[in-house]
Design a protein around this ligand. Structure first.
Ligand code: AMP
Ligand code: ZN
Ligand code: FE
Ligand code: FE
Length: 291
């Protein structure tokens, strides 16, 4: 069983449609895929139809942009009730904050003589629900300013870049609680990847677990062998589920091919069982696993 629990479509910042993503997952030999677009559920229905057609098991989720002590932390939520008020308003606020920041980013680029218009960004953003830095990065690539997204983040859009604009996001503690109330389970995405390793230490994992966190994403390209070993030990100590994923973004992220990291079937079974009991506790009708 090959299980990949984190992926994106062009509805956030990937490059494939939900249908294309599901077909690609099948072709990559995956048995289970989780769709986890940033801060939106809009790809769920199309992905579910495609998964039923090709016979792929699909877990529907979302990757929520949150903040802990001023650091951006990505929180994966699996199988929450998408109609839950707290999740809905939380995600709406995140999407608004991301869209609102775009003019400032473009002003800062203009200040260093890089002229990108909102139309340039809209053109590469396609039908995403929230225009973010990855789309500005794509516009910079299209304009020939940089060679790829990574260079755009390093030189302009990331912390320390010439056009870096921080943004607010949902509070991590609050969102862990909301996911539980919505009958879903939460898993910290790439906790020691870019940015948040300073704030996510063993003590923080313990407090998050007490707060309702179900797992941590250990096997991710942002983590080296040492990080993976340490995170695995922390997870074992705290009885947290260990997941692995590609964090696939289509052509939008190099080195994140579907299935490049996978989740152990036993850990996957624990995650799904935890989601089932969360739904029961919350008294919520949550989305079923497809297939
Ligand atoms: P935003 O939501 O606008 O703050 O953009 C954040 C998203 O940009 C993340 O979720 C990543 O998918 C992407 N990203 C962040 N840093 C990089 C990087 N160095 N190279 C490519 N993509 C990045
Ligand atoms: Zn992304
Ligand atoms: Fe992420
Ligand atoms: Fe992601």
């Amino acid at each position: 069983m090959r299980i990949d629990l984190h992926s994106h479509t062009h509805l956030s910042d990937g490059t494939q449609s939900p249908t294309e993503l599901v077909h690609a997952a099948r072709e990559a030999g995956l048995d289970v895929l989780a769709l986890t677009d940033h801060d939106t559920f809009v790809g769920w229905d199309e992905a579910a139809r495609a998964a039923t057609q090709v016979g792929l098991t699909l877990v529907r989720g979302v990757e929520i942009s949150t903040i802990l002590d001023g650091h951006g932390v990505h929180l994966l939520a699996y199988l929450p009730d998408p109609g839950h008020e707290g999740i809905r308003t939380g995600l709406e606020a995140v999407l608004r904050a991301r869209n609102d920041r775009l003019p400032t980013i473009l002003e800062r680029l203009a200040a260093v003589d890089v002229l990108i218009t909102p139309e340039d960004v809209a053109e590469v953003a396609g039908d995403t629900v929230a225009v973010g830095r990855p789309h500005v990065a794509d516009a910079l690539v299209a304009a020939g300013v940089v060679a790829h997204r990574g260079e755009a983040f390093r030189r302009y859009l990331g912390p320390g870049g010439k056009a870096f604009v921080p943004r607010t996001a949902a509070d991590l503690w609050e969102m862990v609680a909301q996911v539980e109330e919505a009958g879903g389970v939460s898993v910290l995405a790439h906790p020691w990847g870019r940015g948040a390793e300073q704030v996510l230490d063993a003590a923080a994992f313990r407090r998050l677990k007490e707060h309702g966190l179900t797992g941590i994403e250990v096997d991710h390209e942002d983590h080296g062998a040492r990080e993976r070993a340490e995170l695995r030990a922390i997870a074992a100590d705290l009885d947290l589920v260990v997941t692995g994923s590609s964090d696939h973004h289509g052509e939008g992220k190099i080195g994140h091919a579907l299935g490049c990291n996978t989740t152990d079937p036993e850990q996957y079974a624990r995650l799904i069982a935890a989601a089932e009991s969360a739904a029961l506790r919350a008294g919520r009708t949550t989305p079923a696993v497809i297939g």
